[in-house]
Design a protein around this ligand. Structure first.
Ligand SMILES: Nc1ncnc2c1ncn2[C@@H]1O[C@H](COP(=O)(O)OP(=O)(O)OP(=O)(O)O)[C@@H](O)[C@H]1O
Ligand SMILES: [Mg+2]
Length: 498
C-alpha cells in the first residue's frame, strides 16, 4: 500500500526540507495549507503519518489527539516543535502525540526518526495483514491435474508467477479464477503486498470509478471524506479485476491510461501519483467476443491479455473430479470437525457423471452439504442431492463417464416423488436424519430444481424468471450462483443446462 503522509507545516523552508526527506516512490505527501479548519480536515482524509508543526496543533491538544484516535487509519503523529525545550516536548507527549522532534534538528536526524517511524508502522500493518489472512491460502498445487486440458494450463501458469505481466484468466463461473489469481499472488514476489479482489460487475458505474481510483473530499455529492482507491491499496501487490468485461466503456479508457502510465488520479484531484500494481483480470465471458461486439475496447483487451489462461470447466476434465472430491472432504471434514474420511464408490461414480455447471464451487458446496448430513465416516449416495445421486445408476452414455463404470450401483435412493394417494414415498434414509436436516436438504433440492425449470421455461430471461418467482433479480442471481446456474445455458430453445 502507498503510505500517505500529511505534512501540516506552515514554515515554507521546513516544508521544503521535509519534502526532500519524504521523496520516496512508496510515499504520497499531502500538504494542507489552511490553518482554520485544519484538524477536521485531517480527521477526514486518509493518512498514515501526520507531521504537524507546533503552530498548527489544535487547542486543546489533548482533545485533538483523542479525536485522532477516531480517524479510520489512526495516523502516527509527529510534532515538529519550535524549541528544543524538553519540558515542552514532554507536555506534547503527555497529551498523546507519538513523537516530538525539534524542527531545527539537522536533516539527517529528522530523516532517521521519520524512517524509523515508517518502518515501525509498516511492520505493524504487515503483521495485521498476515494475521487476517485465511489459514488455508490458495496455492498453485490446488490446481494439480492429470487431464490434458489442464496440462496446457498448468504448463503456462508457473511462467507467469514471478513476472509482472498482465494476465487475463478466462473460464466459466466457479472454475477457480479468483483462487488461481490469489495463488499466483501468494507464490510470486508480490506476496508481502496486498491481494485486492474487486468485482467490477457488482458495483454501479460511479461507485466503481471511486473504488478503483479513490476520490478527494467534495469530489461529488456525498463525498464527505476522501477515500483511497484499490489501486493505491494494492501498491506493490496485486489487483484482481473480476468480471472485467462489465466495466463501462468510459471507465475502460481511464483504466487503460492507468495501466499504461502506472499513475492514478483520484476523482476530483488535480494531481496524479505513481502506483506499482500487477493487474490480473478475469472474465467468465470470452472477452474477445466482447471486443468483436464492441462492448470492450480492443486496446484495453490487448493490454490486459498479454498472457491469457483459460481454466477448463470440470465437465471437460472428469479425471480431476476424484482428487478434488477427496481433497475437499479432507479439508472440510477437518474444518467442521467431522470424522468423514471418504466417499463410497457409487457416490463417487455419480459425482464423476454429473456435468457440474457450477464447477468447483458447486462441487465444494455439494461436499460440504454431504459432510453435514453424514453421520458415518463415508459419504454415500443418500448424502448427495438427487440430481447427482440419480446418475449413479443412470442411463449409459451420460456426457461424463465415471472412472469405475463396471462397479455395481449402490443401494438406490428412493425419490421423494408422490406415492399412492398423493403421499410422499419417503426415502428410508430420511428416517435416520433429524427433521431439520431432511427439511434443509429437501428444500435445497426443490429450490434448485425449481430454478432450473424456471430458467428453462423463460429461456434464461432473468427479468421474466424473477417476476414469476416473485424474487428480486439480484436474489435470483444469488441463488443461481449458489447452484452454479447460468442464464446463458438456457438461451437455446432446447433449454440445455450444460
Ligand atoms: N482447485 C480448487 N481446489 C479447491 N477449491 C477450489 C478450487 N478451485 C476453486 N475452488 C473453490 O471454488 C469456489 C469458486 O472459486 P472462484 O471464486 O475462484 O471461482 P471463479 O472462477 O472466480 O467464479 P466466478 O466466475 O463465479 O467468480 C471458491 O470457494 C474456491 O475456493
Ligand atoms: Mg470470481
Amino acid at each position: 500500500m502507498l503510505i500517505r503522509i500529511t505534512l501540516a507545516v506552515d514554515d515554507r523552508d521546513l516544508r521544503r526540507r521535509l519534502g526532500s526527506v519524504l521523496a520516496r516512490p512508496d510515499i504520497l505527501v499531502q500538504t494542507p495549507r489552511v490553518r482554520k479548519g485544519l484538524w477536521p480536515r485531517i480527521l477526514k482524509d486518509p493518512c498514515d503519518v501526520l507531521l504537524v508543526g507546533e503552530s498548527m496543533l489544535p487547542e486543546p491538544l489533548r482533545a485533538g489527539m483523542e479525536q485522532l484516535l477516531l480517524h479510520p487509519d489512526t495516523p502516527a503523529s509527529v510534532v515538529l516543535a519550535e524549541s528544543a525545550d524538553p519540558v515542552t516536548h514532554a507536555r506534547f507527549l503527555a497529551d498523546g502525540c507519538d513523537a516530538v522532534l525539534f524542527a531545527g534538528l539537522a536533516e539527517d536526524h529528522v530523516r532517521g526518526v521519520i524512517e524509523a517511524m515508517l518502518e515501525k508502522r509498516q511492520r505493524k500493518s504487515q503483521k495485521l495483514f498476515f494475521a487476517t489472512r485465511p489459514l488455508a491460502e490458495p496455492r498453485l498445487s490446488d490446481f494439480v491435474s492429470e487431464s490434458p486440458g489442464m496440462a496446457r494450463f498448468l504448463n503456462l501458469v508457473p511462467r507467469v508467477v514471478q513476472s509482472d505481466t498482465a494476465l487475463l484468466i478466462e473460464g466459466e463461473t466457479g472454475v477457480g479464477k479468483e483462487r488461481l489469481a490469489c495463488a499466483i499472488h501468494t507464490e510470486g514476489r508480490r506476496a508481502t503486498g496486498r491481494f485486492v479482489a474487486l468485482n467490477c460487475g457488482a458495483l454501479p458505474e460511479h461507485l466503481l470509478e471511486s473504488e478503483l481510483f479513490g476520490h478527494v473530499r467534495g469530489a461529488f455529492t456525498g463525498a464527505t471524506a476522501a477515500r483511497r482507491g484499490w489501486f493505491e491499496i494494492a501498491h506493490r501487490g496485486t489487483l484482481f479485476l473480476d468480471e472485467v468485461g462489465e466495466i463501462p466503456i468510459h471507465l475502460q479508457v481511464k483504466l487503460l491510461r492507468v495501466l499504461q502510465e502506472q499513475e492514478i488520479q483520484p476523482i476530483g484531484s488535480e494531481k496524479s501519483f505513481g502506483v506499482d500494481v500487477r493487474v490480473i483480470a478475469a472474465s467468465n465471458r470470452e472477452l474477445q467476443t466482447e471486443v468483436e461486439a464492441r462492448r470492450f475496447r480492443r486496446d484495453l483487451y490487448h493490454r490486459l491479455s498479454v498472457v491469457t489462461v483459460t481454466v477448463p470447466p470440470l465437465r471437460e476434465r472428469p479425471e480431476d473430479i476424484p482428487v478434488l472430491v477427496e481433497r475437499q472432504i479432507a479439508y472440510l471434514a477437518h474444518q467442521v470437525s467431522r470424522h468423514v474420511t471418504g466417499i463410497a464408490p457409487g457416490a463417487m461414480r455419480a459425482m464423476c457423471r454429473y456435468p457440474w455447471p457450477g464447477n468447483v464451487r458447486e462441487l465444494n458446496n455439494v461436499i460440504e452439504r454431504a459432510i453435514l448430513l453424514c453421520d458415518d465416516t463415508e459419504i454415500t449416495l443418500s448424502h448427495l442431492p438427487e440430481s447427482i445421486a440419480d446418475l449413479a445408476s443412470g442411463p449409459p452414455g451420460h456426457p461424463v463417464a465415471a472412472p469405475d463404470e463396471a462397479e455395481p450401483p449402490e443401494a438406490p435412493v428412493t425419490s421423494p416423488a408422490s406415492g399412492p394417494a398423493g403421499r410422499l414415498a419417503l426415502p428410508e434414509v430420511w428416517l435416520t436424519k433429524s427433521l431439520q436436516e431432511v427439511r434443509k436438504s429437501y428444500l435445497a433440492d426443490l429450490e434448485r430444481q425449481y430454478i432450473e425449470g424456471l430458467l428453462a421455461a423463460t429461456r434464461g430471461r432473468i427479468g421474466e424468471a424473477a417476476r414469476r418467482a416473485g424474487l428480486q433479480e439480484r436474489s435470483l442471481y444469488e441463488k443461481m450462483k449458489q447452484f452454479g446456474l447460468r442464464k446463458e445455458d438456457y438461451r437455446q430453445p432446447s433449454g440445455a443446462t450444460g
